[in-house]
Design a protein around this ligand. Structure first.
Ligand code: ZN
Length: 283
């Protein structure tokens, strides 16, 4: 396996509604879980690896933890990692303001490590930082120290463009492609950042509170992912995405996008990697 010409999907499993959406309010945990089960079925059928970043608060729900335990024991395509405990800010954010303290961040991560370890029997190796930032944890030595203390080997936090806005560009300010990198400059050469490129499902579906844009149809959203995959393929890059089961439930109950996306990848013989696969490929 190589990172070149690869595609990765990470599902942030959180059950959070950013804007109040009546159809999702009935039972968000149930809707998120039902959608995740459907997602898992499709990935398994198409033999496609993927990652689930579980919010600690979700992992405490008995139905969720039972299912994830079952999944970790029976499914070789799923990679289960963490998303913090309660979806807080780990770093200053231009649109959302000040972060939680170092102490609280440590607790957010260590509590979720315990919950995930109870589920999978293994301590998580990776985390998706809630919200996401421009340049990820670059320059954040104290925050990286907390990751090391908690045994985390990779983080996906570099998810946005300048001023913490979407989309996250393909190239950084030095005109280099934004691809997985280690936090060497900060003294944490063993911690890998897995950036994502482009915009996210929540925004394309028109249910994001910030960065309001015209919502796309599911056909247009599919086209958007495929155009990015083509770009990555042409330039020998990895394209990593952020999906949300609750957002998928909002306008794509039959999982039209995922079904067609994975079919496209199979046809084009493009490999799908989970985030742990990216980490293992990078060390
Ligand atoms: Zn999230």
């Amino acid at each position: 396996m190589s990172l070149e010409k690869s595609f990765s999907i990470g599902y942030d499993f959180e059950g959070i509604v950013i804007k109040r959406i009546p159809m999702l309010e009935k039972s968000l945990t149930k809707i998120s879980l039902d959608t995740l089960k459907h997602i898992v079925k499709i990935h398994t059928k198409k033999k496609s690896r993927f990652s689930i970043f579980v919010l600690g608060r979700m992992a405490e729900e008995p139905k969720v933890s039972d299912y994830l335990t079952y999944l970790s024991k029976t499914n070789k395509y799923a990679d289960i990692q963490q998303h913090g405990y309660s979806h807080t800010l780990f770093k200053y954010h231009s649109l959302k303001g000040h972060p939680i303290s170092l102490e609280t961040m440590d607790k957010e991560i260590s509590d979720t490590n315990v919950l995930i370890e109870e589920i999978t029997g293994e301590k998580p190796k990776g985390i998706r930082a809630p919200i996401g930032f421009y340049r990820g944890f670059q320059g954040e030595k104290e925050r990286l120290k907390i990751l090391r203390k908690n045994g985390l080997k990779f983080i996906s936090s570099d998810l946005r463009g300048p001023n913490d806005q979407y989309p996250a560009p393909w190239k950084d300010a030095s005109n280099r492609y934004r691809q997985p990198y280690f936090y060497k400059r900060e003294g944490y050469a063993e911690i890998l950042e897995i950036p994502t490129q482009g915009t996210i499902d929540v925004r394309m579906k028109g249910i994001s509170k910030s960065n309001k844009t015209k919502s796309l149809t599911i056909e247009e959203e599919l086209k958007y992912y495929i155009s990015n995959i083509k770009f990555a393929f042409k330039n020998n890059l990895n394209y990593s995405t952020v999906f949300h089961p609750w957002a998928i439930a909002y306008n794509d109950k039959d999982l039209f996008i995922l079904n067609n996306l994975l079919d496209y990848l199979v046809r084009k013989r493009i490999q799908t990697l989970s985030y742990i696969d990216i980490y293992k490929q990078s060390i």
